[in-house]
Design a protein around this ligand. Structure first.
Ligand SMILES: O=C(CO)[C@@H](O)[C@H](O)COP(=O)(O)O
Length: 194
C-alpha cells in the first residue's frame, strides 16, 4: 500500500528483500499501489514468488503480467469491488492468479462484501470455459463465517487477516479455515491441487 492507490502505507521492496533472505516460505505480494508497471518487477527481483498488481492501476496489464512471468514469478491481477471481470476475459491466459477483492482495499477488519459472490462465480465459469489452471483468490473479510460461501462460489485461494491474527491461536485458525474451504472445494468440479 502506497497511500495513493489506497489510503494506507505498508511495507515495500527492501522489506520483501529482507523477508526473502530470512525464509523459504513463498512470498505473495499484493501491490495496492499506483504505477505497478514500474514497481512489480522489482518485487520479483526482491524475491517474491507471486506478484499481484491492480488492473485499475496498471498502464499495460498484459505486458506487466508477461514481465512478471519472464522474471520467474507467478503473475496475478486484482480487481477492486466495482471492477467487473468481463472486460478482462481475454487476459486470463496471461495470468496465474486472479484476485477478487471482497472489501475495498486499504484496511483489514472490514466486513465481507456478499455482493462479490456473483463475480466470483462468473469468474470461475470463465476460468472453466477457457480450461485455465488459474487460481482464484479472495481477500477481505474472509473468516469462518464467509470462507465456505467464497469456496462454493469458486474461490480456491483465501487471504485472511483478522480471522487469523485476531485469533488466540493463529495456526489453529489457519487449519480450521483450510478445513472448511477444502470441504467445499473437494466437491467442486473445477478443484485442482495447490
Ligand atoms: O489489505 C487488505 C485489504 O486492503 C486485506 O489483505 C486485509 O488486510 C485482509 O484483512 P481482513 O479483511 O481479513 O481482516
Amino acid at each position: 500500500m502506497d497511500n495513493h492507490f489506497v489510503p494506507n502505507l505498508t511495507l515495500g521492496v527492501p522489506v520483501v528483500e529482507s523477508l526473502a533472505r530470512a525464509t523459504d516460505t513463498p512470498l505473495d505480494c499484493h501491490l495496492m499501489i499506483e504505477a505497478p508497471d514500474r514497481w512489480a518487477p522489482q518485487y520479483v527481483e526482491a524475491g517474491a514468488g507471486s506478484v499481484t498488481f491492480h488492473v485499475e492501476a496498471a498502464a499495460a496489464p498484459v505486458r506487466l503480467a508477461r514481465e512478471i512471468r519472464a522474471k520467474g514469478a507467478r503473475a496475478s491481477m486484482a480487481l477492486k469491488p466495482a471492477t467487473p471481470i468481463e472486460p478482462y476475459e481475454d487476459l486470463l491466459p496471461e495470468l496465474d492468479m486472479l484476485l477478487i477483492m471482497t472489501v475495498e482495499p486499504g484496511f483489514g477488519g472490514q466486513a465481507f462484501l456478499d455482493i462479490m459472490l456473483p463475480k466470483i462465480r462468473r469468474t470461475r465459469e470463465l476460468i472453466s470455459k477457457h480450461g485455465l489452471e488459474l487460481w482464484l483468490q479472495v481477500d477481505g473479510g474472509v473468516s469462518s463465517s464467509t470462507i465456505e460461501r467464497c469456496a462454493d462460489a469458486g474461490a480456491d485461494v483465501f487471504v485472511a487477516g483478522s480471522a487469523v491474527y485476531g485469533a488466540s491461536d493463529p495456526a489453529e485458525a489457519v487449519r480450521a479455515l483450510r478445513t472448511q474451504a477444502e470441504a467445499v472445494t473437494a466437491k467442486a468440479s473445477w478443484a485442482c491441487d495447490h
